[in-house]
Design a protein around this ligand. Structure first.
Ligand SMILES: Nc1ncnc2c1ncn2[C@@H]1O[C@H](COP(=O)(O)OP(=O)(O)OP(=O)(O)O)[C@@H](O)[C@H]1O
Ligand SMILES: [Mg+2]
Length: 254
């Protein structure tokens, strides 16, 4: 097992003197290469904050984050931008696809920005789009796709540079159960094919049950962890029980 991401004594405070508030404190986390990790916890528990720090979107107040052995908290801006471009992929709840570009061009964009060769770009897009069931959608525009197809296109775009880690904040938040299942099955299938590590924030036990492990945040600290035994249904039950024990709201979906 190879550690791809590690977080040590991480802390994030918001506000200024007098109104300082620690949204995250004492967070330690190790993520293995190829792992599919879900982060859960009540609203305001610090999930997005943690994801934003690990994905370089925001800066920690104290503590350290390593990706591929490199300390993000000590990195210069130029190196950080490079790492962000080459090692990290992002997926947002609301897709963030560009409306006036085809799905093909949307997916190809990160490679085009990296000045890759045109033929290589085309081949890479076609291969990954096939994995996400998007072969027939490549020449359409975002408005011509379903929500699930749009989100799979956004994930394909996030993966096109072959990042080490993909961060997703509530990627199924705008999808129904069927579209969520299709997306999550694809995310789960990334490890055997591409070795990609996925870290996903979700408030939904059903979505979390597709992962290998769930870390539960409460009041800005890691409260508990659950590991999948391999059976998604058993894992789903365990997650529901944990959420109930934590006093969280659960939504029954099977
Ligand atoms: N920019 C900010 N300035 C001040 N406080 C913030 C800021 N962003 C988040 N917070 C606070 O930090 C805490 C954690 O917020 P965060 O967005 O990480 O929660 P979350 O677990 O993602 O919640 P949700 O499930 O509602 O998305 C909350 O109390 C929030 O109000
Ligand atoms: Mg959030």
């Amino acid at each position: 097992m190879e550690t791809i991401l590690s977080v040590r004594s991480l802390k994030k405070e918001y506000g200024s003197r007098g109104t300082r508030f620690a949204a995250l404190h004492d967070v330690d986390l190790e993520v293995q290469k190829g792992e599919f990790l879900a982060v859960m916890g009540p609203s305001g528990s610090g999930k997005t904050t943690l994801l934003n720090l690990m994905s370089t979107i925001d800066q920690a107040t104290a503590g350290e984050i390593y990706i591929d052995g490199r300390n993000l908290t000590r990195m210069k801006n130029g190196d950080l931008a490079k790492l962000r471009r080459n090692k990290i992929g992002f997926v947002f709840q609301d897709f963030n696809l560009l409306d006036n570009m085809t799905i093909m061009d949307n997916i190809a964009l990160p490679l085009a920005l990296n000045k890759a060769n045109h033929k290589e770009i085309l081949a890479a897009v076609e291969e990954l789009a096939a994995f996400f069931g998007l072969t027939d959608q490549l020449h359409k525009y975002p408005y011509q796709l379903s929500g699930g197809q749009k989100q799979r296109a956004a994930v394909t775009r996030a993966l096109i540079t072959k990042p080490s880690v993909v961060f997703a904040d509530e990627p199924t938040g705008a999808l129904d159960t069927k579209a969520s299942t299709e997306l999550l099955d694809c995310l789960r299938g990334l490890k055997p094919k591409y070795g990609t590590t996925v870290i996903m924030v979700t408030h939904d036990a059903f979505c979390a049950s597709f992962s290998d492990r769930v870390m539960f945040l409460k009041d800005g600290t890691l409260h508990a962890r659950l590991d999948s035994s391999g059976s998604r249904k058993d894992f789903y039950q365990k997650i529901l029980e944990m959420l109930a024990a934590m006093g969280g709201i659960t939504n029954e979906r099977l």
